[in-house]
Write a protein that binds this ligand. Structure first.
Ligand code: BDR
Ligand code: CA
Length: 361
């Protein structure tokens, strides 16, 4: 099993990605660190608790469902026997203004289910000393410190960070203690748009747009050789969709709400998204942005990302699992541009130089 930290801003597709990770026996999920992004950080934190409250209800209704998640949720079945850590992280970008994605994810970050399905809201946790069946609620340390603690205590090169939101927590962790951060095996980030248009502006993908300063700090660190970054940009995530018919269940009409809490939760989240996709004249299918990053990690469990060098084709001999292909790209992130904030400015000159060079005379 690969140890992973999931840095996330739930977020509709973040919820799908977290569920995929928790249900994957290949992954040992050590922590969920929360960032602002799709919604405010405290809402993203609450959304995570809503998901866990729903899982508890699901296991009460369908005890066999628990076995699928046991290796990541049940403390006695987790490696090391400790609970999964949940920590609140960055409330805003490390540079520039805060922008959220309420137009897509709703003001609560979960398609406004806090209004349409208020029974999903778990009772508030006490402000201190909170206990939870599955979660070790970190109250003192911010998300980036939790990341560093895990990187410090685990063997070097064994922990992967799956970043599903703006890179603020990742950048803060690297800033605070670069030597410890370099112990990471790989950062896998759903973010950026390299050779396709953006989804937040004509030029930018949302996670890159939301904190372009953090993204550029991470890109600079990676360019200097500090650690490995594997991106799942829109180029690869947008084409990977699942038809809404496969994801949305008519549990309420069937009167089975009490029996299938998880299906109800997912369906309630996705109904609004389905309407949005229709209004944009897009296919009747959910784009699997964040789940793609988790899929990549599952597909590469136990492998060394450093052998998956750019330009090599698919296949095990190139270090990639069958069906996957990696391409090395040189780019920088635009931080301020009037029209291009968060754009990945790809250097297609093939010189391998990261930065633009101005020559005199
Ligand atoms: C990314 O932005 C967010 O809205 C999604 O959760 C995903 O992480 C897609 O651009
Ligand atoms: Ca996300």
């Amino acid at each position: 099993r690969d140890k992973v930290i999931i840095d996330t801003d739930p977020g509709v597709d973040d919820v799908l990605a977290i569920l995929l990770a928790l249900a994957s026996p290949e992954l040992d999920v050590r922590a969920l660190t929360i960032t602002f992004g799709n919604t405010l950080a405290p809402s993203a934190y609450q959304n995570t608790l809503k998901l866990f409250a729903c899982l508890s209800r699901e296991f009460a209704a369908n005890p066999s469902a628990e076995t699928r998640y046991a290796g990541n949720l049940i403390p006695a079945e987790r490696e090391g026997g400790k609970k999964l850590v949940l920590a609140l992280g960055a409330e805003g970008p490390v540079g520039g203004e805060r922008d959220l994605a309420a137009y897509f994810h709703g003001t609560d970050g979960l398609s406004n289910i806090s209004q349409t399905h208020p029974h999903f809201t778990p009772p508030p946790l006490p402000t201190s000393g909170a206990t939870h069946d599955y979660l070790d609620i970190e109250e003192k340390k911010p998300g980036y410190e939790v990341m560093l603690d895990i990187l410090r205590s685990e063997e070097e090169g064994t922990v992967r960070i799956i970043a599903l939101g703006p890179l603020s927590n990742v950048a803060l962790a690297y800033r605070a203690d670069p030597e410890t951060f370099k112990r990471v095996r790989e950062v896998v980030w759903m973010g950026g748009a390299l050779d396709v248009p953006g989804n937040t502006s004509p030029t930018a993908e949302f996670n890159c747009f939301a904190d372009p300063y953090a993204a550029q700090e991470v890109v600079e660190a990676v360019t200097s050789g500090a650690f490995t970054l594997t991106m799942c940009p829109l180029d690869i995530t947008t084409p990977h969709t699942i038809h809404f018919d496969k994801l949305i269940h008519d549990v309420e009409a069937g009167g089975k709400t009490q029996e299938q809490p998880l299906k109800e939760f997912i369906s309630a989240m996705l109904i609004r998204v389905r309407g949005l996709m229709k209004s944009f004249n897009l296919p009747d299918a959910m784009e699997m942005h964040d789940p793609m990053a988790v899929w990549y990690v599952i597909a590469t469990v136990g492998t060394d990302p450093r052998v998956r060098v750019g330009g090599q084709k698919t296949g095990k001999s190139a270090g990639w699992p069958e069906g996957w292909e990696g391409v090395k790209r040189v780019f920088a992130v635009e931080r301020k541009g009037e029209l291009s904030r968060g754009m990945c400015v790809v250097d297609r000159r093939g010189t391998g130089e990261q930065h633009f060079i101005r020559t005199e005379g």
